[in-house]
Design a protein around this ligand. Structure first.
Ligand code: HPA
Ligand code: ZN
Length: 348
């Protein structure tokens, strides 16, 4: 006897959230490095860590803002030296993503965090690419890589990184902008993003996480960003909210990250439901799941528990938005929508 696959209207919301197919569009692969793997790689590579146990490292994960997180995040990434280290990190993420019914993931990577330590660009991209290939073959997850420039470094550094990346152009589909937002506006990188557009790369940028709404406008107007990562501070400027809705600019929102980095005091205060209600193409993402308390399904479940106005309809819309906002062709998106419809069945 097999149980029927169709969910009833009584299927609990949590089960539906976990089971629905979804895309993840805002995950820093270095932010998926779990403390256990950090220690294993430190030992394998003979790298000394400031913490003497997994527990001591985990205890340090109490952040007051973005910078306090980034300091620990870059220290964690210092154990990554060889191609197999990058593979192991990304493979561990894909296994967790598969368990969360992620059918597609667009992974950010930070090459400058590694090239600054003498790790060749090639080592990083080969290891990640290998994991992406294996995820497709063995887990049925499609993926893309997006190279991020560190905004606390100079535009000249970003140009140097782009130069190093050119022989590997076919391995990534886009470029992004991350790291310390305050004091590093998108305008600082206008020329390098123009060059990236000439190369046919997709453009995304972190903006409006800690920075003001003007940074979101700069990302749109100067960098020509197709998606905004975070973007939650857009609510401070109603004309901008209307523009994002009208132009269907997706926001890749990261609920647990926002609470851990004190952008919102708790999930009950998060503005994602209000943004969804105003017609914005918002998506749910995990950002740096090893540091912020959960992978994609954990973000969905905790968010829906905290915001009672979110139900099955909103779950469906958020998953559909994740497909719409992804950098794949329309036929692939249509296929995922059919899978989504099949899971929701009578639940809407
Ligand atoms: N914001 C900016 N930079 C980052 C983040 C983030 O949440 N995670 C990793 N790099
Ligand atoms: Zn991010």
């Amino acid at each position: 006897m097999t149980t029927p696959a169709t969910p009833s209207t009584h299927e609990p919301l949590n089960a539906l959230l976990r089971r629905m197919p979804k895309a993840e569009l805002h995950i820093h692969i270095e932010g998926s490095l779990e403390p256990e793997l950090i220690f294993r790689l430190a030992q394998r590579n003979g790298v000394a860590l400031k913490y003497d146990s997994v527990e001591a490292l985990r205890t340090a994960y109490a952040f007051s803002d973005l910078q306090s997180f980034l300091d620990i995040y870059y220290a964690g990434a210092s154990v990554l030296l060889k191609e197999e280290d990058f593979f192991d990190m990304a493979w561990a993420y894909f296994e967790r993503a598969a368990a969360d019914n992620v059918v597609h993931a667009e992974l950010f990577f930070d090459p400058q965090t590694h090239t600054e330590r003498g790790v060749p660009f090639e080592t990083v991209v080969r290891g990640l690419h290998h994991a992406c290939q294996r995820a497709h073959q063995e887990l049925g997850i499609s993926s893309r890589l997006i190279m991020c420039f560190l905004r606390h470094l100079s535009e000249e550094d970003a140009f140097k990184t782009l130069e190093q990346a050119l022989p590997w152009r076919q391995y990534f589909v886009g470029v992004g902008l991350d790291s310390s937002e305050r004091g590093h506006p998108p305008s600082k990188f206008e020329r390098v993003f123009a060059k990236c557009r000439e190369l046919g790369l997709h453009i995304v940028a972190h903006a409006g996480e800690e920075g003001p709404p003007a940074y979101i406008e700069e990302a749109l107007d100067l960098l020509k960003a197709e998606r905004i990562d975070h973007g939650v501070r857009c609510v401070e400027k109603p004309e901008l909210v209307q523009r994002l809705a009208r132009e269907r600019v997706p926001l890749t929102v990261c609920p647990l990250s926002n609470v851990k980095l004190c952008v919102f005091k708790h999930l009950g205060e998060h503005n994602i439901a209000a943004l969804l209600q105003q017609g914005l193409v918002v998506t749910v993402n995990s950002d740096d799941p090893a540091y912020f308390g959960g992978y994609l399904n954990q973000n969905f479940v905790e968010l829906f528990e905290a915001l009672p106005q979110l139900g099955a309809r909103e779950a469906y819309q958020l998953a559909l938005n994740s497909f719409e906002a992804s950098f794949v062709d329309q036929a692939t998106k249509d296929g995922w929508k059919r899978q989504l419809d099949a899971v929701f069945g009578a639940a809407l």
